[in-house]
Design a protein around this ligand. Sequence first.
Ligand code: ZN
Length: 512
Amino acid sequence: MKHTMTILIAALALGAGAAGQPMEKSEAQIITSRMIPYPKQVAVTDGPVVKINRELAVTITLTNGVCGLEKRTSRLFKSYFGVSPALTFKTDASLVIPKDGYRFKVASDSGLAVEASDEGGVLNALKTLRQLAEPERGVEKLSCYFLPEMAVEDAPAVAFRGMHLCWFPENDEAFIEKCIRMAAYYKFNYLVLELWAVFDYKAHPEFSWAEKKVKAKTIHRLTRLAREQGLTLIPQLNLFGHAPASRHISGKHPVLDFHPEMQPLFEPDGWTWCLSNPATRRYLTEMALELYEAFERPPYFHIGCDEAYSMATCLACRKANYAALLKGHLLYLHKLFGERGTKIMMWHDMLLVAGDPRWKGYVAGGSAKIGTEALLDALPRDIAICDWQYGAAPKKDAAQWPTMQYFYEKGFPVLACPWKNAEGVRSQARLVREKGMAGMLCTTWNYMHSLDMYRMLYAGAHAAWGYEGTGWNASSAFNQHLRQVGWDMPVTRYRDTGVAQWQVPPENALLH
Ligand SMILES: [Zn+2]
């Protein structure tokens, strides 16, 4: 269904239209511009506003009943609007609404009616309603919100709507929680959380920075609060390259900077795990399973595997059949998690040969000599390939994204992984939708702050929900949404508010 900026006047499927006239266009746009991502169909009428109070009649109709949804919806109403109106739940097996999609109608004579096929749809409807609700006027202190008379209908454009988030030693729990809540608020349904040597591993405490150890109980708390809002957390541990879980240009290594005796686990430069050493596999398995339990046995586990530039550089690895070693490593990890009912996902770059003319202009880091691409055919086709391409497509390719297509044609589930280039985000999403690829995993890295935080969330959410318009600057709506998330936590410190810890960075605080 094509999106437009038009405020649709037509009554939607929820019965007769409201009695009011269509709202004047510029006023309607003030209201509708508060929605991120922007829904497929919106109709606003100029009738009396509808107060969200105890008297509001709320009817929620689902295709099938969902266990526990009534209590959860009631809790979310209380949290979003400060009241728990009486909720009437119904089922109607004839409803045809896509997974996670919804429609609702707000009318002064009949209250709020929501329709969805599943729990995800109800949660998404509530998020949209929160963005639309306006605080009452003419009093010093708020006692209720109100909604305009309107009807909205929406459904996601891709099934896997993921965000990748890094927990750096410089980040704290409040920041991570804020990002998780924003991802959920913008209707992502998965969030890969990569812990940059900050987890409190019981088996291997030396793998994380001594001053910065996030406890398993913190991960449990975040996993549950995300789930409450329809977002599934996925752990990431780098099980091939990027072994120090640190930025390369920082020169830091959580293990080797303090424990030179641990060098045999890594290739000599410390950047890649030594795959010929059986001790490495034991060490990594113990850490991976700790994370797996902390994230409460998630449906996916991200094994990293990007940028293994120093692979096959130790004495044993450089004399081995390294492609066979790597293949064995990946198949081992696939089996380790497969036995637990969990699928693995990995970055794509080492599976393509660097310098191959087919990938000119795209990220590829593998080696023809070692044979990293040849092993692709031996990999099970349920490994999700996370293809990270950060810019816009080169013009010569007309946004065909050949690397994504290559993995797709080989039979893998492909996740497009754009970064902060808005055209790149939109263009990759278009291909995912056209081909019916698995979805998107929007990356953020060390830019999850300031204007970039807004840009990445805004572009990613719209791409995943299929909206292509850029008709307004919604950054003031974004600030409002961020503040609402802050109320939910709640934030108490200056540094936890807004999009950045400081308005002016302390000297020497930034690594450029
Ligand atoms: Zn080695």
